[in-house]
Write a protein that binds this ligand. Structure first.
Ligand SMILES: Cc1cc2nc3c(=O)[nH]c(=O)nc-3n(C[C@H](O)[C@H](O)[C@H](O)COP(=O)(O)OP(=O)(O)OC[C@H]3O[C@@H](n4cnc5c(N)ncnc54)[C@H](O)[C@@H]3O)c2cc1C
Length: 484
């Protein structure tokens, strides 16, 4: 497109959004050139900041008319490059769509615009004793629209399910610019489950502009157990033992020795023994009698599996203290290493010790330390590969190592994504899990919603299906036809 054509597009967009609704200066566009995976960067041609569904639909129609690719963006905390701009694209950022539109406590639902921050929902209803269950660790900054697109998980998803289990209905703007309502205000609706289809589609089917969420009543009581072990195997057998005993904790998280020391160096909880090879954090919630009984049972299982010490907490201040290190784990890595790359895979939880031993072997082979933090109950691993970006070629090796870990997860009967999505980062590993026919079947669906292929192109699907064409093929080479 020529500069003149872009200028005409800006005029059209400003007519819809006002001049402060279009970001066009080169230095301002820098903010949007990556998401939470900063290794991949591409500056967008323009950024738009709509406030309403209608405005989103009009932007999409302009994009279609001029064949301009567009990418939805919430808070930009995604860790798989889902909101990474593509060359010469328009970003549709939901940062001004931040209204909580309705709160219906009687029927336990809340209607929000997509830019609403995850934990604002809980804040809005906590006074009445309710909360919104899906709680990614990024919940103080990530948006509900991003959660919907990634089908985000979190610590409490072991018991309460991931985002898809808490979304009743959506208003979406499709790739054609049509406004469509899916689902509704109740969970049982006739016709195809388009809400379920849209959740987890990573911005490739359209953009969610209104979301109906289910909220839950706060449990009467919450307790946390911290157990430390001499080996990952012992901690892993405690996880299996707890589930086999029929206990479904609200959350069950594990950290290895490397992570324990990293968080103690940075946030000094003084709760995690530095010489432990693994710690297990188990949160139990429900009626008070139930929580008390389960706490005893969990402690007993942990002891039987070799726990060296057990700390139990019911009051909020001590619970927060026990969780503090786990919550700060990613940030702690940033403090002890110039760069880190977080992977996200899933294995059957019984395979955790075996997979961790193999990850340690890969860490030695490639020469990069790896800290492991994981949602143990779900078998969802987050290996954090530490490296120095300024060393030439380091990131290419880190990407290769990350790929080895994902392939290992698949070999063990797991998946290449637990909760962070596929985005740009992992699309080349999709063929490890899916056949060509599987992928083509998914593409049929994508084409129904996104017939021109302009909504978040180049994401999720391997095109071409090789790892030679990485997410970052055009890294930092802004060839945008237009930038002030
Ligand atoms: C420190 C840290 C901890 C994290 N912990 C977790 C965790 O525990 N669990 C977890 O699941 N994730 C976690 N994440 C990842 C991330 O926060 C989630 O994926 C989150 O849902 C992304 O929301 P966002 O608003 O930042 O989305 P963005 O990064 O802006 O976008 C993510 C994807 O959603 C699409 N999108 C955004 N808005 C819309 C919309 N309205 N309609 C359609 N598509 C849209 C984008 O195109 C993109 O593909 C963590 C991230 C960080 C940085």
């Amino acid at each position: 497109m020529t500069t003149r054509q872009w200028q005409s597009i800006i005029v059209q967009l400003e007519r819809i959004l006002g001049s402060d609704g279009v970001v066009k200066r080169k230095e301002e566009l820098l903010t949007y050139e990556c998401d939470g995976l900063p290794q991949y960067r591409q500056r967008p041609a323009l950024v738009t900041l709509p406030r309403t569904t209608q405005q989103v639909a009009e932007i999409v129609k302009i994009c279609n008319k001029h064949k301009i690719p567009w990418v939805a963006r919430g808070a930009g905390t995604g860790l798989s490059g889902g909101a990474l701009p593509v060359e010469d694209c328009i970003l549709i950022v939901t940062a001004r769509m931040r209204q909580i539109l309705a709160i219906d406590l009687e029927n336990q639902r809340v209607v929000v615009q997509p830019g609403v921050i995850n934990n604002w929902v809980t804040q809005a209803v906590s006074g009445a004793g309710f909360y919104y269950a899906p709680d990614p660790s990024s919940q103080i900054i990530c948006s509900i629209g991003g959660n919907v697109a990634e089908n985000s998980g979190g610590v409490h998803c072991l018991k309460y399910g991931v985002t898809t289990n808490h979304v009743l209905g959506l208003t979406i703007v499709t790739g054609e610019g049509e406004i469509v309502k899916t689902g509704g205000m109740v969970s049982e609706m006739p016709l195809f489950d388009l809400t379920g289809l849209f959740v987890g589609s990573e911005g490739t089917l359209g953009i969610a502009t209104e979301i109906v969420l289910k909220i839950l009543k706060r449990p009467e009581s919450v307790g946390v157990i911290l157990a430390d072990f001499n080996s990952i195997e012992e901690a892993g057998s405690a996880v299996a033992g707890i589930i086999q005993a029929g206990i479904i904790p609200a959350g069950m998280e594990m950290m290895d020795n490397f992570s324990i020391n990293a968080v103690e160096d940075v946030v000094a909880t003084d709760c995690y023994p530095r010489d432990a090879q693994a710690i297990l954090l188990v949160e139990l919630d429900g009626l008070q009698v139930e929580v008390e009984a389960y706490k005893e049972k969990v402690a007993e299982i942990c002891r039987r599996c070799g726990a060296r010490s057990i700390t139990s907490a019911s009051d909020e201040a001590t619970r927060m203290k026990l969780w503090k290190g786990r919550k700060a784990a990613f940030a702690a890595m940033g403090k002890i290493s110039p760069n880190y790359f977080v992977q996200d895979g899933v294995v059957p939880r019984s395979k955790l010790p075996q997979v961790l031993a193999e990850i340690n072997r890969l860490s030695e082979k490639y020469g990069f330390p790896i800290a492991n933090v994981f949602h143990a109950g779900d078998g969802n691993l987050h290996p954090l590969i530490l490296y120095d970006q300024s060393v030439e070629g380091a990131f290419a090796k880190v990407e290769e190592l990350g790929g080895e870990i994902l392939k290992l997860c698949v070999r063990m009967g797991g998946s290449i994504s637990g909760e962070h999505g596929i985005g740009s980062d992992k699309k080349c590993y999709m063929t490890e899990m899916f056949t060509e026919v599987d992928l083509e079947t998914q593409q049929y669906v994508r084409r129904c919603f996104n017939p021109y292929g302009l909504a978040n192109p180049g994401k999720i699907f391997p095109t071409p299906p090789t790892c030679g064409e990485t997410a970052n093929a055009g890294r930092s080479q802004f060839k945008g036809a237009f930038a002030f």
